[in-house]
Design a protein around this ligand. Structure first.
Ligand code: 0PR
Length: 387
């Protein structure tokens, strides 16, 4: 079935085929996806996105209005992250954002240094970035609260250190590293400091209004050079939409490229890809305008409420326990008596799409998760551990 047809098929035939074939995909709305950091995009953002598919920010002066909307999104993120002067881009995702950060750090160091200090729980995009950029990734162990061990970071700094990476919402447990201390170390050693808040960036700023403890992680700490914050995770924006923010525009100069021949006229671009979705920026802009701070607070409040219920439910099941008290809507479940691989296998047989880490199961309570899903999951978990 992979040959290109000589004669095209009618649209209705293809729609029918797609309907049948795509039925095999899981949907967020089924409630079965409990291990993803993505979710059903907001319906308003989807509508806006569909209207702007031709916009290409790879030739920004052809689409000056779109480029301005992207700048406004970045300014809104900047104000959310304590830096209205932040400069940056809406990119394809957290991976591209993290690559851009380390690329910038390496070139600022004039390619003379080659070590990056990250934590054992940093996302695998840093392994990719290091490999691409010819950098050595040094992974530091964690403390008892699953944050990067600060003393070990300090001891690992050498004259070759290009950058330090901190996490604000780790992939495996949603933990926030001590960003104030990492910032101090970066400043004291004159080293680039990148914060990966790909997931936490759309959660942490909205916790405080609910009386919840929210560790500070943003540009208020002067050592922070850049932050990843992804609209296509907790931002509810359509995929692809990652975000990279730099402290100011001057930082990215070493990766900027002047392209003279573009149809819209010469442009200075500091992104990895050329042709780039303008629809992603426009949809993110529209959604930020529509939801506002209160809208995101409501989304986060709901997710956190269900997170506490899930955590409490796990506590009450014999044989399993929480890896740590959740900071954000990521829950780690472990067991001292049954292999988590086995529990995962049984949960997956029952149709739950969950993430398996070496020593725990990860649940991400996304906006598509309902109370009924949490209850059904806990019931199945209880049954499995009993058996
Ligand atoms: N930084 C952090 C902290 C992340 O958690 C992730 C992805 C990235 C960077 C990279 O982001 P992109 O995937 O946008 O490039 N975190 C999710 C994870 O690994 C990605 C994901 C999303 C995986 C949905 C599965 C899934 O169904 O869990």
């Amino acid at each position: 079935m992979s040959d290109l047809h000589e004669k095209g098929l009618p649209k209705n035939v293809i729609f029918q085929k797609l309907k049948t074939r795509l039925q095999q995909d899981l949907t967020y709305m089924s409630g079965r996806i409990l291990g993803s950091m993505c979710t059903e995009p907001h319906s308003f953002a989807k509508r806006v996105y569909m209207q702007c598919l031709e916009k290409n920010l790879g030739d920004p002066h052809l689409f000056p209005a779109t480029a301005e909307l992207e700048r406004e999104v970045i300014r809104m993120f900047g104000s959310l992250l304590s830096n209205p002067n932040a400069y940056g881009y809406i990119v394809s995702g957290g991976t591209e954002a993290n690559i851009l950060a380390l690329w910038t750090a390496r070139n600022l160091a004039k390619r003379k240094k080659h070590e990056v200090i990250a934590s054992a729980s940093s996302h695998f995009s840093f392994d990719k970035a290091a490999d691409l950029l010819g950098l050595k990734l040094i992974k530091i162990g964690l403390n008892s609260r699953f944050q990067v061990d600060i003393k070990a970071v300090e001891e690992s700094i050498t004259p070759n250190t290009v950058a330090i990476v901190g996490n604000a919402g780790t992939t495996d447990l949603g933990v926030v590293d001590s960003i104030p201390e990492l910032s101090e170390i970066a400043l004291a050693n004159d080293v680039y400091f990148h914060v990966d808040a790909a997931f936490g960036g759309f959660v942490l700023p909205f916790l405080k209004s609910q009386g919840l403890q929210a560790p500070a992680f943003d540009f208020r700490f002067p050592g922070v050079h850049s932050i990843t914050i992804d609209p296509h995770k907790m931002g509810l924006a359509p995929i692809p939409a990652g975000g990279i923010l730099f402290k100011d525009a001057s930082i990215v100069e070493p990766i900027g490229m002047k392209v003279s021949y573009l149809a819209g006229g010469e442009a200075n671009l500091a992104t990895l890809v050329g042709t780039r979705s303008g629809a992603s920026s426009i949809a993110a802009w529209a959604l930020l305008m529509h939801l506002g701070r209160a809208g995101y607070e409501a989304v986060v409040k709901r997710c956190m409420k269900l997170t506490w219920m899930l955590a409490e439910g796990v506590r009450q099941i014999d044989g399993v326990s929480l890896v740590t008290q959740p900071t954000i809507n990521v829950v780690g479940i472990k067991s001292d008596i049954i292999a988590v691989q086995l529990i995962t296998k049984e949960l997956r047989k029952k149709g739950w799409a969950i993430s398996l880490f070496p020593h725990h199961i990860r649940i991400v309570v996304m906006p598509h998760t309902e109370l009924s899903h949490v209850k059904a999951f806990l019931n199945d978990l209880r049954k499995i551990t009993k058996e």
